[in-house]
Design a protein around this ligand. Structure first.
Ligand code: AMP
Ligand code: MN
Ligand code: MN
Ligand code: MN
Length: 296
């Protein structure tokens, strides 16, 4: 039974298809923001969040693309955070991309990204792989440089068979091209998102390889500094992960989000909107959003 009844929009809203985590060429996605929005619509998504890594640069284009479609675009971002010695991703949803503090915060992360890209290049160079920095920059095409761009370059150079292989061989801890992250502190990231009127969501919580206790500690700290939700359903979660995350959301009184983490058609096992529905008992992160469908 519905927890609330909001008149005319209710039935339509119940059946809306939400996908609240996706990437464009503004970060490490392979589709333009326009192509991403069109593909989401074709896949039956009604409400799409564009959440590029540390960048809001794709949002203006995405908004234009959505304007002519019955698709509601949620402005978002996926902020890189360093927490207890590891990298964690915090998605911000429904935020004001013009907020000055948020923009300044993201700019500081982009500065670190630029330095890190050069450092990754230097380390790969020492390992006998020349030109990786220039190659990754070329593929990033003026946007932020991510490890994914290095991975595409190394595949292009025949250094590995797949992006996944490159990560395993070169880009993770104890491998030649690994540089540890120095991203935003957790409370800062949440503050930037909330300051911009948005809601903070822990991205793909099952993917960090944390013990149950440590994950609870992360989520406890996240909640204490104003975080509101976790991705219960993610393109990278197994069926078991979804149940486990739903249990955590319920027991810690956090809302639940749902997002594919789509990066492009090269990953055929992940498609926009093609993810499980939220398990019973989860409170959707969108439950108090006002979403007129044609108001982009
Ligand atoms: P960065 O933020 O530049 O460190 O890059 C992180 C991105 O790399 C993630 O958002 C994923 O898109 C991608 N990534 C991380 N680990 C892997 C992996 N093992 N295989 C493929 N892609 C990965
Ligand atoms: Mn990515
Ligand atoms: Mn992520
Ligand atoms: Mn992502």
């Amino acid at each position: 039974m519905p927890r609330f009844f909001s008149g005319m929009g209710y039935n339509a809203r119940m059946s809306l298809q939400y996908d609240l985590h996706s990437h464009s060429q503004a970060s490490d996605g392979t589709l333009t923001a326009t192509a991403l929005v069109q593909r989401a619509h074709a896949a039956g998504v009604d409400v799409l969040a564009l959440t590029d890594h540390d960048s809001i640069d794709g949002l203006a284009e995405a908004r234009c693309a959505a304007a002519g479609l019955p698709l509601r675009l949620i402005p978002g971002v996926e902020v890189s955070v360093s927490w207890d010695g590891q990298t964690v991703h915090i998605v911000g949803l429904n935020l004001d991309p013009d907020n000055a503090q948020l923009c300044a915060g993201l700019a500081s992360l982009q500065t670190f990204r630029d330095w890190r890209a050069e450092e990754i290049g230097r380390r790969l160079d020492k390992a006998g792989i020349e030109g990786a920095y220039a190659g990754a920059r070329r593929l990033a095409n003026g946007r932020i440089v991510s490890r994914t761009h290095f991975a595409h370059f190394l595949v292009e150079q025949g250094r590995a068979r797949s992006v996944r292989d490159v990560f395993k061989k070169f880009l993770v801890r104890n491998k030649p091209g690994y540089v540890s992250g120095d991203w935003a502190p957790l409370d800062q990231a949440v503050e930037w998102i909330r300051g911009a009127g948005g809601v903070a969501v822990v991205a793909h919580p099952a993917r960090y390889g944390l013990s149950g206790n440590k994950l609870r500690r992360l989520l406890g700290e996240f909640k204490a500094c104003g975080g509101a939700a976790i991705e219960v359903v993610s393109g990278s979660h197994t069926v078991d992960d979804v149940q486990r995350m739903a249990g955590l959301a319920r027991s810690l009184d956090l809302k639940a989000s749902r997002g594919s983490d789509y990066h492009g058609p090269e990953n055929p096992w992940i498609e926009l909107g093609r993810i499980a529905t939220l398990p019973d008992g989860c409170v959707p992160v969108w439950d108090d959003w006002q979403l007129p469908l044609s108001a982009n």
